[in-house]
Design a protein. Sequence first.
Length: 329
Amino acid sequence: MKILFYGARDYDQRFFDKLKPEHPDIDITFIEANLYAETASLAAGYDGICAFVNADLGTEVIEELAHQGIRLILMRCAGYNNVDLKTAAECDIKVLRVPGYSPEAVAELAMALVLTANRHTHKAYIKCRENNFSLNGLMGVNLYKKTAGIVGTGKIGLAMARICRGFGMKLLAYDLYPDKTQTDLNYVSLETLLSSSDLISLHCPLTPDTYHMINKESLSRMKDGVILVNTSRGGLICTEDLIAGIRDHKFFAVGLDVYEEESDFVYEDMSEHILKTSTVQRLLSFPNVALTSHQGFFTEEALTNIAETTLENAEAFRTGQELRNEVHI
C-alpha cells in the first residue's frame, strides 16, 4: 500500500520513520507541499494520502483525489472539520483520523497559555533580556480558589480539569453529553458556566452548532475580568467580537493556540511577509493576549501516538479489518 504524506515536516518524518519497520507493507512518501486543488494531482499512483489540520480537503480536492484513484484519507490529527465528508462518501473514499493522541499535551499547553497571559511571562522575559527589571504591567491574579469553566469534557477537557484541580480551583463543566462517571465535575448549563467562571477553557470540536459559540452575546454573560483560553479550533470564537471585548476591558487575559485566520499560514515562517489581513496583528497588539501557533499537539508523546494510530489506521484499511477510527457524515 502506497501513501502520500502532504505537508510533511521533518518532525513528521522522524516519528513515522521510527515506526515504519513495524509496517513493512506500507510504503510512505513524504512531500513538503501541502494539499490544495493545485497539488491533489500529485496523489496519482498512490492508494491513500495523509493530511493534517491545515490541508484543503474540500469538494474540489476530494473529487480530484478520487480521480487519481485515492481510496483512503488519513488525518494525522483529531479534527476533521476541513474534510468534505459528504463528497468523500460519494467518492467511496474512507476517512480515518486520530481521535486521541495525548490529551495532556493540549491541556498542558492550555494551562501554559493561562499562566503566560495571566502573569505576563512573555512580556517579562523580553523586558529582562533588555535589562528592564521593573514590574510595571506584570500584575496577575491567583488561580487558587477561582472557578474554572471547562467547555467540552472529552479527554482533553478532562485533562484540563485535572490540572485546574491541582491548582486548587473550583470546577464547572459543560458538555452536550455529560460524562456521568466524572462524579467530581459539576455539570451546569453553558449560560451558568459563562456567568460563573473566572477561567473559561474551550475543549470542543468545531461543528455548525459550536461555530462562533463565543460571540457578542455569550461574551456579555461572562464576568468582567475573565480569563479565556482556546486550544481547540479558532472558529469557536468570533474574532471580531473577541477583539471588541478585549478593547472594552472584558478580559483579564486571553490565551489562543488557534484562531480563525490561521489556515493560510499556520506552521509557516511568515516573518518576511506582509499578511493580507490584520486580525492576528490586532490580537498581538494587546498586552493581555498570548498567542501560540497551533502547537498543542507538539510533544514527543503526542507525535508518537499520532504516528502509531495513523499507521494502525492504514494497516486496518489495507487488511480489511474494522475501521475503528473512521469518520462518518
